[in-house]
Write a protein that binds this ligand. Structure first.
Ligand code: CP
Ligand code: NVA
Length: 331
């Protein structure tokens, strides 16, 4: 049966079949070609979308804005302080109003229940631009980057997530790997392993697709034979500042170092959803250096800047993949 995502929301990858995810990846490649060759693709002229952000963003916001404009759409951006949502108006009522104005709604926030509430009431597609639980649009960009580096043959490749393996990005990676036949390794301290129920679900999906899910607290063992080493910040948006001290203690052994890249496969790549703390050139990075004497956090600067690091290709791919999601669901 041909894939048809028209009218669907994009809230978490567990709701999408392998075939549907592969279709979105193929569409992303097409959009990347169109952009690279300067070929106009204003396929959604006359439509309008709204972007709701309860948390900050660079990539996700810009990917939705540029993607929508390239597709010929109008865009409204609402930052955390500039709508009534949540304070004076429920998510449900907001959804019912915005659904009358717009053809699609992007939401970045805290609770997964909020984005689901929006989708249940808006009557138009809703796209999850990150919640505490999931980051599904990030996954398409990550996998497109893996495909580009392994000749579009990713089945059986191994992706290792280093660090806080219970966070939104790690959980989403575990799902997308299982769906696409890639082995997934969560490597971090046991306290940061993904929740057992999700692990069980992913193991079942992985079994169907001929791949594996592994949890380990041994950094060297975890990275040995990896094709992709991936990491993310040690403290995610919305977590209190007090968490830093504990996380640094828990996760220092899981920093992606040159030594760990050295036990991975010879052509292994490094990925990070960004933003990354690889030096002290940020306010938080400088503050952590002052308070804890740590100048590189989840990744060594030399790995971040190495040839194996594909993080800026990955960031660019946010735009092509988000464009694919908007097109597929709004066409
Ligand atoms: N990777 C990612 O979602 O980046 P932003 O927080 O800048 O959107
Ligand atoms: N885990 C991070 C991802 C940022 C893109 C966070 O939620 O802050």
């Amino acid at each position: 049966m041909p894939v048809n995502l028209s009218g669907r929301s994009f809230l978490r990858l567990l709701d999408f079949s392998t075939e549907e995810i592969e279709y979105l990846l193929k569409l992303s490649r097409n959009f990347k070609d169109l952009k690279r060759t300067g070929t106009p693709h204003r396929y959604l002229e006359g439509k309008n979308i709204v972007l709701l952000f309860q948390k900050t963003s660079t990539r996700t916001r810009c990917a939705f804005e540029v993607g929508a404009m390239d597709l010929g759409m109008g865009v409204t951006y609402l930052d955390p302080g500039s709508s009534q949502m949540g304070k004076k108006e429920s998510i449900e009522d907001t959804a019912r109003v915005l659904g009358r104005f717009y053809d699609g709604i992007e939401f970045r926030g805290f609770d997964q229940a909020d984005v689901e509430d929006l989708a249940a009431n808006a009557g138009v597609p809703v796209w999850n631009g990150l919640t505490d639980a999931w980051h599904p649009t990030q996954m398409l960009a990550d996998i497109l980057t893996v495909q580009e580096n392994f000749n579009y043959d990713i089945k059986g490749k191994t992706l290792v997530f280093m660090g806080d393996a219970k966070n939104n990005v790690a959980r989403s990676l575990m799902v997308v790997c299982a769906k696409l036949g890639m082995n997934f390794v969560a490597c971090g301290p046991k306290e940061c392993f993904p929740d057992p129920e999700l692990v069980k679900t992913c193991e079942e999906i992985a079994k169907e697709n001929g791949c594996t899910i592994t949890l380990t607290d041994d950094a060297v063992k975890g990275c040995t034979g990896a094709d992709v080493i991936y990491t993310d910040v040690w403290v995610s948006m919305g977590e209190p500042d007090e968490v830093w001290a504990e996380r640094i203690k828990q996760l220092e052994a899981y920093r992606v170092t040159e030594k760990l890249m050295g036990v991975a496969n010879k052509d292994a790549i490094f990925l990070h959803c960004l933003p990354a703390f690889h030096d002290t050139n940020t306010t938080i990075g400088a503050d952590i250096a002052k308070r804890f004497g740590v100048t590189e956090m989840e990744v060594e600067d030399s790995v971040f800047e190495s040839k194996a690091s594909k993080v800026f290709d990955e960031a660019e791919n946010r735009m092509h993949t988000i464009k694919a999601v908007m097109y597929a669901t709004l066409q």
